[in-house]
Ligand binder design. Structure first.
Ligand code: AMP
Ligand code: ZN
Length: 134
C-alpha cells in the first residue's frame, strides 16, 4: 500500500487538516511556505491521467474551500494550486495529490518565469498538433 493510502487509512500519522468520505487534507512535511497542504482522494489513483470521474467532479470544490480556510487562517491573500503529474513534472509520490501553497510577501517559493517566445508559425504548429488529438 502506498504512503498516502496509509495516511488516508489512518495507518500512519499526518497533520490532518480536514477529511470527508472521499478526500483528506494534511500538511506537507516539507513546508514550501507556511500552511502548505496536500489534498488527496482517499481512493488510490496515480495522478490526473488516472483520475476517476467522481474525484474529478468534486476535488476542485474541496480544494477551493480549503484554500479559503488556509489563507484566512494563515493571513495570506494569494495561493498557488499545483499538481505534478509524472516524474518529469516533479511527481515523487504516485498517489494523486494537489498542493495548496499559500503565498506571502517576500516568501522564498519560486516559479520560474516562462521564457519560450515562439513565432506565430511555431505556435500555430503546436496548436494544430494538439487540436488534432481531440
Ligand atoms: P510531489 O513531488 O508533487 O509528488 O509531492 C509529494 C509531496 O509529498 C512532497 O512535497 C513531500 O514533502 C510530501 N510528503 C511525502 N511524504 C509525506 C508524508 N508522510 N506526510 C506529508 N507529506 C509528505
Ligand atoms: Zn495510494
Amino acid at each position: 500500500m502506498c504512503i498516502f493510502c496509509k495516511i488516508a487509512n489512518h495507518e500512519i500519522p499526518a497533520y490532518i487538516i480536514h477529511e470527508d468520505e472521499n478526500f483528506m487534507a494534511f500538511l506537507d512535511l516539507s513546508q514550501a511556505t507556511l500552511g502548505h497542504t496536500l489534498v488527496i482522494p482517499k481512493k488510490h489513483q496515480v495522478n490526473l491521467f488516472d483520475m476517476d470521474d467522481q474525484t474529478g467532479s468534486s476535488i476542485l470544490l474541496f480544494v477551493r474551500d480549503l484554500a479559503k480556510q488556509i489563507t484566512e487562517a494563515m493571513g495570506s491573500e494569494s495561493v498557488n494550486i499545483i499538481h505534478n503529474a509524472g516524474s518529469l513534472a516533479g511527481q515523487s509520490v504516485f498517489h494523486f495529490h494537489i498542493h495548496i501553497i499559500p503565498r506571502y510577501e517576500n516568501d522564498h517559493f519560486h516559479i520560474p518565469p516562462l521564457k519560450n517566445e515562439l513565432t506565430p508559425d511555431e505556435l500555430l504548429s503546436i496548436q494544430k498538433k494538439i487540436k488534432e488529438k481531440h
